[in-house]
Design a protein around this ligand. Sequence first.
Ligand SMILES: [Zn+2]
Length: 162
Amino acid sequence: MPSPTSYTAVITSEAIQKLKLLCHQELPREACGLIACRIDDSERVASAILPMNNTHPEPEHHFKFDPAEWVRTLFHLSQSRYSLTGFYHSHPSGPPFPSNEDLTHPLWSSSVSVKEPFSGAEGLQMLQMWIVSLADPATTEISVFTSSSNGMRRLVLTEISV
Ligand SMILES: [Zn+2]
């Protein structure tokens, strides 16, 4: 029986505001970046948003991280005692669901090493894919997915104020 946390994605209201703002600022290009939590947070609440350059030649319809920036940012994360929980990108005019390209994205099958909160044992947790849809100018829709043994699973997104 997996723990309930594997079905939810939790983010601070401050982080979700920053995420929405960054995605709007990048229009008409797709925004992309990393999402992280404090390394000692057993609930793994997303509290840091780290924008990355979209290096894809057609950034209006695709996104691509710069490998060197990816490595630098991961190093910076661990130095500041943060741990990667997932990555995000925006769909400037599409729905908040993974495209066929997203489904085969190599990041999709990445996992991170996570310490179990109580036992202290190391476990692997799949990274979350956050998709921010800006298709409707009235609302910014965000959905979060992770891969599971049964394929893609949508997580319940919960926002908390801290
Ligand atoms: Zn996409």
